[in-house]
Design a protein around this ligand. Structure first.
Ligand code: ACO
Length: 429
């Protein structure tokens, strides 16, 4: 039976349909509200707003559940690869062996970037943040492959998708090598997706990079747990921009810019900077906990809190586990991991963090893992972006395929001055 809610305005009652999601989530469907009542809603930060219907990822923030296309993240981490998970997200089905082979072959085939693009990288100032470079380069791909932007043709779309997923890791590795003045390492067709990325990042004419299967597996896990996460800031950006009909490269480029911010994907870099600051100041976490609780201090405990998770973020313990494994594998001890655990343990018992439902999020331990495998600090958010790309693509595709899709165009409540007359410059005080 259909549910409705009643809205009473100036004595008149309106029936508002209640929509129920497949997992029982309930929402007021206000799509006819303005037409019926003349009113709009206001919801800064979209805290109470579902901007779309989606079948891609399911999150229960109270029960710490994350599933991609119905499959729990823990199972994907255990049994899948990043490439297979990307296929699942984009195509809404686990691939058959032939489909996976075909998709993997495409990712291998499209890994080279146009030689002219190398000039773009070389002309960037060496201190430019790699996220700015990545965003520009992904947009630039649209100029090199304009013929593939007709998304009504399935094969053209499949090629564009494969091209983007394949090339993003080449763009990232090239950008790193050029920024540090190293030789560009070309992709190798014999390597899997993750191994190829590590090879392009770290192989050198003077020292061969030894590929370690456990590190490759851990990188698969890292990218799987970053692959999609509902309507977060960057995904919403991709969908909003995509709603104007712009090409996939431009939409993803905007998503990368949104991810860069320290309140979103940029938190993985900010966490390490914070842990380093604590370490440099002697390792006592208490003053930092006190600052995070002080409302007169803008300081936040980076890597803590989440708009959706109000218990722990299920990705955080997976991240902690692979960080620890990578450190053991490298035979290294990272004092920042000890500080991170100390912060986590203190916050776990502190009433402020308990009352505010603040737990470590995916970014809290991810920097420790990335440091352990040799990724430089300013590349951390680029690593996140590579992982999130399949999610952005599937969300963009889902939005495009929605029947009667409208351009995203919110309203506003005007709070400015009432009508007044223009004053010529010689009459102003
Ligand atoms: N440290 C201290 N206090 C915090 C923190 C934190 N990290 N996060 C939230 N709070 C407090 C706020 O001050 C606020 O307190 P109040 O109600 O007493 O005023 C309360 O908790 C609610 O916080 P909001 O900012 O309203 O929560 P929101 O859902 O809007 O923001 C966010 C979530 C942006 C993740 C926030 O927790 C934050 O800034 N965390 C630190 C940055 C971070 O780790 N970002 C990565 C998120 S995961 C991702 O994007 C991949």
């Amino acid at each position: 039976m259909k549910k409705t809610a009643q809205l009473c305005i100036d004595g008149k009652t309106y029936d508002i349909p209640v929509e129920i999601g497949t997992e029982g989530e309930m929402a007021l469907d206000i799509s006819k509200l303005r037409q019926l009542t003349g009113l709009v809603t206001i919801d800064p930060g979209f805290v109470n707003t579902a901007s779309c219907r989606s079948s891609i990822s399911y999150i229960d923030g109270e029960k710490a559940i994350l599933r991609y296309r119905g499959i729990p993240i823990e199972q994907l981490v255990e049994h899948s690869t990043f490439v297979e998970t990307a296929y699942l997200l984009i195509n809404n089905a686990l691939p058959t062996a032939n489909e996976l082979a075909d998709f993997s072959q495409k990712l291998t085939h499209y890994s080279l970037i146009h030689e002219d693009m190398l000039e773009f990288f070389r002309k960037y100032p060496s201190r430019t943040h790699p996220m700015g470079v990545l965003s520009s380069m992904v947009n630039a791909l649209g100029a090199f492959y304009p013929e593939m932007q007709d998304t009504t043709k399935t094969e053209a779309l499949n090629i564009t998708v494969a091209r983007l997923i394949s090339k993003i890791r080449t763009l990232a590795a090239v950008s790193y090598n050029i920024s540090v003045g190293h030789k560009v390492i070309y992709p190798c067709h014999d390597l899997s997706y993750c191994a190829n990325f590590l090879y392009m990042m770290f192989d050198s004419p003077v020292k061969t990079y030894e590929i370690d299967d456990d590190i490759v597996k851990a990188l698969n896990v890292y990218w799987i747990i970053h692959a999609d996460h509902g309507q977060n800031c960057s995904t919403t950006t991709v969908r909003v921009i995509g709603s104007s009909g712009v090409n996939l490269y431009a939409a993803v480029s905007a998503g990368i810019s949104a991810l860069w911010g320290p309140l979103h994907g940029g938190a993985n870099q900010a966490v390490i900077e914070m842990l380093q600051e604590i370490y440099d100041s002697g390792g006592d976490v208490d003053p930092f906990i006190a600052r995070a609780k002080d409302k007169n201090d803008p300081f936040l405990l980076m890597g803590f809190g989440h708009r959706v998770y109000k218990t722990y973020d299920p990705r955080a313990p997976i991240m902690e586990r692979i960080a620890e494994m990578a450190l053991q594998k490298m035979n290294r001890h990272d004092p920042l991991l000890d500080i991170a655990r100390k912060l986590r343990d203190v916050a776990r018992k502190d009433p402020y963090f308990i009352d505010h439902h603040l737990y470590p999020n995916v970014d809290f331990f991810s920097g420790i893992f990335l440091r352990a495998i040799g990724i430089p600090l300013n590349m951390f958010t680029v690593m996140f972006a590579i992982g999130r790309l399949p999610g952005w693509i599937s969300q963009w595709k889902e939005s495009l395929d929605t029947p009667n899709r409208k351009i995203d165009r919110p309203r506003q409540i005007y709070m400015g001055l009432l009508k007044r007359d223009y004053i010529p410059i010689d009459k102003r005080d």
